[in-house]
Ligand binder design. Structure first.
Ligand code: ATP
Ligand code: ATP
Ligand code: MG
Ligand code: MG
Lengths: 151, 166, 166, 151
């Protein structure tokens, strides 16, 4: 129903205004309807403002900035309606050192609501995990798993 | 609801039964390129009812069965998801402390879903997860290489996520 | 032929003139997310004659001009590529030790190409590079995020690279 | 002309059989024509064999394996007809530690033929560079470059 979708957008934007500055110091982002005035037909677009930078459209963002924006939106959705678990496959690959630490802060907040399972190559991200699962192929073509509880 | 354990047997690169006991909080899956990390993510998507072969990175269902050169070739693929039940599920499951969802695929091509070791239909799995927010296509599961693509998708595709919220 | 220096002024996030003296061998460009590394790659593609706005990650040519909030807004964008000439170029350029290729874009929307400070057409740039193997669309330039996509492209798209070899 | 294209494929496969085992111990790869018998119409496809693993089609490969295969093919083309320079933007992002070191070996061979300019976040790759160019944005929105000659 139209009312529900409008409300969902409202809530998502509220949470986004909380989360976005965590990832981009001083930045702002907003989700809005495009293509049509009817919430049941409209598409969903994102407007982003980064301090000192022109972002006329999303393709002007860098690889790392795009990943962070997507994570901020995902997380805002999560805060509106937390799912029981969140599963991420190497979403931190494009991030530099400083943004990896901000991503870690996001994960810590996420874990308050949901169980987080993620694949990563980044030692900085492994540091904040509660458990590590090492996947190996000692025998060619055969995967095995070794689990290490950390906390 | 939370995941207590994921068990994989005969699925993709896992000919031996492996079990991953996920704690509450954050679990990190690590390992060299090609070792089987994303195959674990595929196993999770599959047991939650994923129907698209493309999303599972295969061309035919047969590619989900272990196919390495290794001697033992299991007769079927099975993924089991052991869940701790803390409400949000339909009436008939309320009293159970644990719920086990499983999916099997036989070399013959037949596949079946199971809840607590009793066969069921895909509809029953959807019904079970209806109010829990669990959805293999939802905003809670991001594939390798997808995170940058979210912004490159069309506004219509992105709308799908908002509908989930409503 | 080899690159001696790349100079950028007023292009994308570079309001001040910067110069990158590339040695023979391997040069690594490093820095935080969003600092301007891929913009340097775009500058290289642009000066070599790239026509596609999508490949340059912009919607209009105007987006190539510096547009930050910063006070100084240069009147035009210019990228210069200083090349050491070791043969392979057409007759009229053979004797020169160095060749400078440049491209400019004015706020008015006009754009021009230059070889050794004399305006020329895009055709002249292509003619200059014809037998050197330099081609902004060739297998020698891989954009961010593209490397995994090479295998996902269709066989027809991949054939393009083979034609370059022939 | 048909003869030239067939020859180019021949040469590319020769070089690929030299390069591929550098990146995948004991692996083999081959480029071949598909869709049509006429080299002027046909598409180009790749067959890959990795020890102990079933690779019925390229989408069964992992993220890191796909990147390495693409790099092997690119490098084989380079050995057939070296261009003066090779420009790579974060192609090493999906690679683990061991494959990054193999990638470095590839870069060292590439530099014998061509000038290599690459963007990377990986300290292991920076180690083998002859010069580093640090890009910063001390002033928001304004890029500056500092260059450091290493050798
Ligand atoms: N049905 C199957 N039987 C056996 N092995 C398979 C099957 N399907 C896929 N594989 C193997 O699994 C490997 C890929 O695993 P996966 O994609 O999980 O790697 P990964 O650990 O995510 O690596 P990366 O870090 O590069 O992303 C491939 O090498 C492939 O050969
Ligand atoms: N015309 C322009 N004027 C000013 N700034 C611009 C212009 N076009 C793009 N930018 C800015 O350049 C930045 C992106 O730079 P770039 O893509 O080079 O980053 P990067 O160093 O490659 O980062 P990453 O490591 O995340 O890939 C964006 O933040 C964008 O705002
Ligand atoms: Mg993977
Ligand atoms: Mg970049």
């Amino acid at each position: 129903s139209r009312r529900k979708i409008r409300e969902a957008l409202e809530l998502a934007n509220q949470k986004l205004s909380e989360v976005f500055p965590l990832l981009f110091e001083g930045g702002r982002a907003e989700l809005y309807f495009t293509d049509s005035d009817d919430p049941l037909q409209a598409g969903l677009d994102l407007k982003v403002k980064l301090p000192g930078k022109p972002v006329r459209h999303l393709s002007m963002l860098s690889g790392g900035e795009k990943a962070l924006c997507a994570l901020a939106v995902l997380f805002a959705f999560y805060l509106v309606k937390p799912g029981p678990f969140c599963i991420l496959d190497e979403v931190d690959a494009p991030l530099d050192e400083a943004n990896t630490l901000r991503f870690n802060e996001l994960l810590k907040r996420l874990k308050e609501h949901s169980q987080v399972i993620l694949v990563t190559h980044n030692p900085r991200v492994m540091e904040i995990a509660d458990a590590l699962f090492g996947v190996t192929m000692e025998e060619k073509g055969v995967s095995k798993v070794v689990s290490v509880k950390l906390t | 609801m939370r995941i207590k354990r994921l068990e994989i047997y005969g699925f993709k690169s896992f000919p031996y039964r492996v079990s991953l006991p996920f704690p509450p909080g954050i679990s990190a899956i690590v390992g060299p390129n090609g070792s089987g990390k994303s195959n674990i993510m595929d196993a999770l998507r599959w047991v939650l009812g994923e129907q698209s072969l493309k999303r599972l990175r295969v061309r035919s269902a047969e590619d989900l069965l272990f196919a390495g050169d290794h001697g033992r070739s299991p007769g079927f693929a099975e993924v089991r998801l052991v869940l701790e039940n803390d409400g949000g599920v339909p009436e008939e499951f309320r009293e159970l402390p644990e719920i086990v969802v499983a999916r099997r695929l036989y070399r013959s091509g037949e596949s079946e879903y199971l809840i607590n070791n009793r066969t069921c239909r895909l509809k029953d799995i959807h019904y079970l997860f209806l109010d829990t927010g669990v959805n293999p296509r939802g905003y809670g599961l991001i594939d390798q290489g997808e995170v940058g693509k979210f912004l490159e998708r069309s506004p219509q595709e992105r709308r799908f996520f908002l509908e989930e919220l409503a």
